[in-house]
Design a protein around this ligand. Structure first.
Ligand code: C5P
Length: 193
């Protein structure tokens, strides 16, 4: 049985960096599931058809990391048929030996409810805005509004809203360096393995 690690949390909480590091450390595959929604939003046209026809090229577009792509992603992510179109790909990815780390919003709750480890990574709004602003080279106040907007949409949607699975371990990275956050996550995983 492959070992599945589900990592969920709001935007810029550090979940992506943690997921990559954990996958590298344990020799597991890693999928940033936000990219699927970003590519769907960026593709334009009918979002359901876009989700059904995602290609490797769509996922490699250089503009997917922008704030605009993040907002477009969270709008298409609220459409149940878009989410349905992406479930199968994510579950197949998760089933790879020897294991996989998937990060997103609904991995522990919907995509992989039987994951061996579930982490819910959070940080204060301010800490998340400062990190994201540093990545994008912009102002933290402007980023803060966008993050709140996106988190509100992600948490309040009817289908697969952002929320911790009941059996998720909470990891608050507010006062932690990225190195410390990764070490905590590693020890949580090692405790289960
Ligand atoms: O993680 P990232 O910021 O790249 O995700 C972009 C958007 O995609 C999120 O704001 C959310 O609306 C959506 N998403 C989702 N479910 C996931 C991953 C991302 O709804 N598993």
């Amino acid at each position: 049985m492959p070992f599945i690690i589900a990592i969920d949390g709001p935007a810029a909480s550090g979940k992506g960096t943690i997921a990559r590091a954990i996958a590298g450390h344990f020799g597991f595959h890693h999928l940033d599931t936000g990219l699927l929604y970003r590519a769907t939003g960026a593709k334009g046209g009918d979002p359901v058809l876009a989700a059904r026809s995602l290609s490797v090229e769509d996922l490699a577009r250089p503009d997917l990391r922008s704030a605009e792509a993040g907002q477009a992603a969270s709008r298409v992510a609220a459409i149940p048929a878009v989410r349905d179109a992406l479930v199968e790909y994510q579950r197949r990815f998760a089933a790879q030996e020897p294991g996989a780390v998937l990060d997103g919003r609904d991995i522990g709750t919907v995509i992989c409810p039987d994951a061996a480890v579930k982490l819910y990574v959070t940080a204060s709004d301010r800490a998340r805005a400062i990190r994201r602003a540093a990545e994008l080279g912009t102002d933290a106040d402007a980023v803060l509004e966008q993050l709140r907007d996106r988190d509100r949409r992600d948490s309040e949607r009817a289908t697969a809203p952002l929320k911790p699975a009941p059996d998720a371990v909470l990891l608050d990275t507010t006062g932690l360096s990225i190195h410390e956050a990764i070490e905590r996550a590693k020890s949580i995983v090692a405790g289960v393995r």
